[in-house]
Design a protein. Sequence first.
Length: 180
Amino acid sequence: MFKIVKDTNPKLRETCDEVSLPLSEEDGQILEEMLDYLKKSQDEEFLKAHPSVRSGVGLAAPQIGIKKKMIAVYIDYQDSPLAYLLVNPKIIASSVRQCYLSGGEGCLSVDTPHPGKVYRAYKITVKAYDYLAKKERKIVARGYEAIVLQHEIDHLSGILFYDHIGKTEPGIDYGDAIEI
Ligand SMILES: [Zn+2]
């Protein structure tokens, strides 16, 4: 199991390096292990056996001590789970429309609560090498999925979700609440 790098570690604030393509076998292995970790973290039996593991839908390589632009997302939608293993992801378009998670954001690297609205673009287009599709592609994501991707891509620049809190004027409605 990975040891998750916490926000008390300055390494989490570093900007990650571009990953060279074609992807090395080693980097592919890391991505698969990241996805496996997320799946396990959402498995009730596994969590019972590993009480120190917290449940997560996204993981960025710097959170496991690897300074590379790689992220994993796994959202266990009942009919068809959504999985992304992305290399060098870059947001190339963002909607003006904003949104935020109604319950606030959480992070495997952050153990202390940081209440507050984290406004993010409602719709984004991400360009990345998609390891599961084995090709370079553009992904359009909205709402919750867009929030998760923006959270993970932020990690690659050393940005944490609570950096965004309080950057907006209180009392102004910048966008809609998204319920999970
Ligand atoms: Zn995080």
